[in-house]
Design a protein around this ligand. Structure first.
Ligand code: NAD
Length: 468
């Protein structure tokens, strides 16, 4: 059994109380994690504030080197972290699972090391010189969800470090083990206090809420549900914290009548079922033109049938269980409701424990909850349409706006449709493929700000303009 610790000021902290973490594939307890208190959070913030004094004065090259050192640590411990991730999150080691997540974590960390925000000269003439400098904020609070525990931690922490900030990170109570271990590893190459971790069970101690209100945290970077993101925004208002919010999505895919059903089946499947659908920018509703609707469904189902589902520690499996009971119950409720009206093409019945088979249900419309609510699980609704204008309107009829996709054999036509979708990222003939050299963020209620690239980096800084 894994005994996790928080890291505060470079020291391992056990805390007075602890809680259990279970493997969603087996239900077995796999770790005990400190149930941190407000005093632990205050100590972590104080350690980060103290470290900020010297960290913020490091040269640009020193900060870049520190991020390269962190990248090397991730690479060296990728298998250890992947094993922990599979055991606590449930995603398989293979496929688009935990080894893939760790590969992404190293790639993103390395890419972030190579970014910079150099001073810009805005004016330099006889009237004077104007320079735009980017300055670190101070202590950044990072709050992460349970779907990609290490990758999202990298997305939050590396840009903060690269710009001279220090960090307190709080992982989800469902998946704290890999993140807490990752922070221990970071502390082997970073000065004490630069990255600190706290953990809590959210029921008897909610340090996410406490971080959002903490007077000495200057920014919150939060990835999670829209409802919690709104609470973060409310409590952050009192201290005027900077915010990056990556929230929920209900991404639509639109298949145009000229698409090739067989050729797109694999892309459609992984667009919807990556990480068992527990992915912010997964395709969560699929609109298919009536002319090819049945063919698309047939090829999609045929591909889905080939995917082995089971315990993620088994090297053969490609999809695992739903991560937790709350999410499992939500998926079960939405599928049960959808079955009253739609036709089940695949799956549809809850399995053992937290296993829910890949489920595809046709014959639905935007009026159905499986279509208009974010399911965040392995159940994809298919909606038949006649007119592409109708499909665009239905796709945009959502408060969310994270991602979207258009599937067609005519790329230029698909691009014109894609540009009319109300979302932060839109793909042609694929869905959800995010990468470190492109900004990522949601519109409407899916978030605030972007991550990745220099645009994301800027959000960890204040502008200071120097006139001389
Ligand atoms: P969640 O909102 O339940 O939890 C996210 C984090 O917030 C956890 O660490 C949790 O402990 C913490 N938290 C709980 N109460 C809090 C409070 N009052 N104040 C501050 N923090 C608090 O989300 P989840 O269920 O872990 O993740 C699933 C959701 O995340 C889905 O909606 C998904 O779409 C979204 N998501 C979005 C992105 C993105 O980049 N846009 C990425 C991954 C997941």
């Amino acid at each position: 059994m894994h005994q996790a610790t928080m890291t505060i000021g470079g020291r391992a902290i056990t805390g007075d109380q602890s809680f259990e973490v279970r493997n969603p594939s087996t239900g077995a307890v796999i770790g005990r994690v400190p149930n941190g208190s407000q005093a632990d959070l205050d100590a972590a913030v104080a350690a980060a504030q103290a470290a900020f004094k010297t960290w913020s004065r490091k040269s640009d090259e020193e900060l870049a080197q520190a991020c390269r050192d962190v990248t090397a640590k991730i690479e060296a411990h990728a298998e250890e972290l992947a094993l922990l991730t599979t055991q606590e999150q449930g995603k398989p080691l293979n496929g688009l699972g935990s080894r893939w997540e760790l590969g992404g974590a190293a790639a993103w960390a390395g890419h972030t090391a190579g970014l910079s925000l150099p001073m810009r000269v805005l004016q330099d003439n006889e009237a004077g010189r104007v320079e735009l400098h980017r300055k670190p904020l101070g202590v950044v609070g990072s709050i992460t969800p349970w779907n990609f525990p290490v990758l999202i931690a990298v997305w939050h922490v590396l840009p903060a470090l690269r710009t001279g900030n220090t960090v307190v990170i709080k992982p989800s109570p469902y998946t704290p083990l890999a993140t807490l271990r990752w922070v221990e590893l970071l502390n082997e190459v970073l000065p004490p206090g630069v990255v600190n971790s706290v953990s809590c069970d959210d029921r008897t101690s909610n340090l996410g809420a406490a971080m959002s209100a903490h007077p000495d945290i200057r920014k919150i970077v939060f990835t999670g549900s829209c409802a919690t993101g709104q609470r973060v925004m409310q409590s952050a208002a009192l201290t005027m914290k900077r915010l990056t919010l990556e929230l929920g999505g209900n991404d639509a895919g639109i298949v145009l009548p000229d698409a090739d059903p067989k050729a797109i089946a694999e892309g459609l499947f992984w667009g919807g079922f990556i990480n068992n659908g527990q992915t912010c920018a997964a395709m969560k509703r699929l609109y298919v033109h009536e002319r090819i609707h049945d063919d698309v469904c047939e090829h999609l189902v045929a591909f889905a049938r080939k995917i082995p589902v089971g315990d993620g520690m088994n090297e053969q499996n490609i999809l695992g269980p739903v991560q937790n009971r709350m999410q499992f119950d939500k998926v079960s409720r939405l599928v049960a409701d959808a079955k009253k009206k739609g036709s089940v093409l695949l799956g549809g019945e809850p399995g053992e424990g937290l296993f829910f088979p890949p489920t595809i249900i046709a014959g639905l419309s935007n009026a159905d909850a499986l279509v208009h609510e974010e399911q965040f699980g392995p159940a994809l609704p298919v909606i038949r349409y006649r007119d592409v204008e109708e499909a665009i309107a239905a796709a945009n009829d959502s408060r969310n706006g994270l991602g979207g996709s258009v599937w067609s054999s005519d790329i230029e036509h698909a691009k014109r449709i894609a540009m009319r979708m109300e979302c932060g990222s839109v793909w042609i003939n694929k869905h959800g493929a995010i990468q470190p050299n492109a900004p990522f963020g949601g519109v409407k209620t899916s978030g605030l700000g972007v991550e990745f690239t220099e645009e994301g980096l800027q959000e960890y800084t204040d502008a200071q303009v120097l006139f001389s």
